[in-house]
Design a binder for this molecule. Sequence first.
Ligand SMILES: [Zn+2]
Ligand SMILES: [Zn+2]
Length: 582
Amino acid sequence: MAPHSGHTAGEGSHAYTRRAALTLASRAAAGAGAGALALSGCATTVNASSDRMHVVATTPILADLAQQIAGDRASVHSLVPAGADPHSYEPSLRDIRDVAYARCALTNGLLLEQRKLTKMVEANLPAGVVSVAVAEKIEQYGGKLEAIVEDASLDSIWLGLRVEEGGQNESAPADSSEAGMRFEVQSVRARTATDSSNAQLAAFITQTFGAVEMLCDSHARGVNLTREGDTAIRTGNMGSLELPLQAHTHLSWAFSDAGEYAIELSATAVKAPESVRSSRGTLYCAVGRDPQELVDRLAKEQNVSAAEIKVLSAGHADITARTGDGRLVLRADSSQGAVEYELNRTVVAVPSRTLQEVPAGGSYRFLRSGASEHRGQVYLLAQAVLGKHVHGEIDPHIWHSVPNAKASVQVIRDALISADPAGASEYATRTEQVMKELDALDAQLRQVYGGLPESARNLVTTHDGYRYLASTYGLHIAGFVSASASGEPSIQQRQRLRRTVEDLKVPAIYLDKSTAMRSPVLTELAREAQVRTGVLYSDTLDAQAPHYAQMMLANAHTIALCSGASSGGDSSGASCSEASAS
Ligand SMILES: [Zn+2]
Ligand SMILES: [Zn+2]
């Protein structure tokens, strides 16, 4: 599992705006001859009196592409410094000033950047300045976007688990790496149209290596079944899931039959200070039917008006254990920030449109056992979001595919032209040149990746950011290990990693440049599994690979080196260390 903390709301953020472009032609033209700035992403002090157009980009990769197109007409500044992680970068006061002087702003979008950063850009750009979320525009130039989960049912709720402090609690136990909360389902009461005892509930994480981690399987071996009228009650050991304090994870929830489900949950403090309080509550789900029936019944049972029972049917919500006051609540994202609802006074709607085929693959066998109403189908609230940092439904890491980079440069060209129309022909000419270079790069990459042995095509990474690399260059994402909030993979993760490495005969595990230093445990895991470790660029550039093309080549060479094949050519920035004998 990959619990994560510091999560921000993922409500539809298509933060793209194109403000009416000002005609700044005369100023831009005057700036054409100003001294050249060689490097993009450089820490040049912004000079308000400079005549060259000032462009800000959120990431060094965007800044590099933009600088190549801008040439001497503009200086492009990356807000996120080289080597820093754009997922977590927090803007500084200096960034605000940089944005205030910009005449064009380029963001990646698709929730790559923290909302804090994109909001800061939007808030501080002068009126009329062009602002483009590049990744969100690439489709117009043939770029391809990929969903994080292909069949994500975007119009149903994403239901996760979360631990947060909440309430009165002066101590801050979040740093204790062992401390956590264990979520467990105490009972599942199901009432369906036909035989309720067939009704199966499974709540699970499909994340690391495609294996399944079970919070609850109501049909697990040894679970007790009793009846109360037309309600089937299951109790016993159905599974459990542990989260570090202040963490959050996403889950899939599968229901075999339409009906009403009351799921009694507990969250128990584990190895936590005494101030951390356990909690308990019941989650109500209306599956494949109008939730109003259940709302009315709950209102009656609890002696409140139906208006006090909230129906959640979309968006991102977490069953949240508040360790400060020992309450279990439903915390839902909204445009005004997080809103908390009493678990007992909330109905989660699982509409018929969520009905889908049980995913193929042995890891989902458990879902077939109970299905009676729709053979081979389940009502599924999809996990929808994988990874510890990505919260949109589209993978934002588009640049790992050179064809997408080509689309990006055309989007950037358009943005520069609308900010500086007088430079149109210069920008267009340089874009042509950059596109040619990108074609050559693409061919080179295809050659390197094309020469890899089959087993080396399975990528196990620490960063869920290589979907486009895989789909463009014929690799497979075999799994990713994410360091949890405490930075330590669990014992289960270790075991799964071993299994994946053995089953797929992967030659290496790839660490992400920006987090490699912080993952000594993953390095150790690789040693245990006796595979090599390579370090890949993901979201940023550095001194060894200050330009986009070098970054892409370094990754290709790293993967080739780790596969044992010689990649040929310059492998600057490539890095693969041998498995140490153990
Ligand atoms: Zn999330
Ligand atoms: Zn990333």
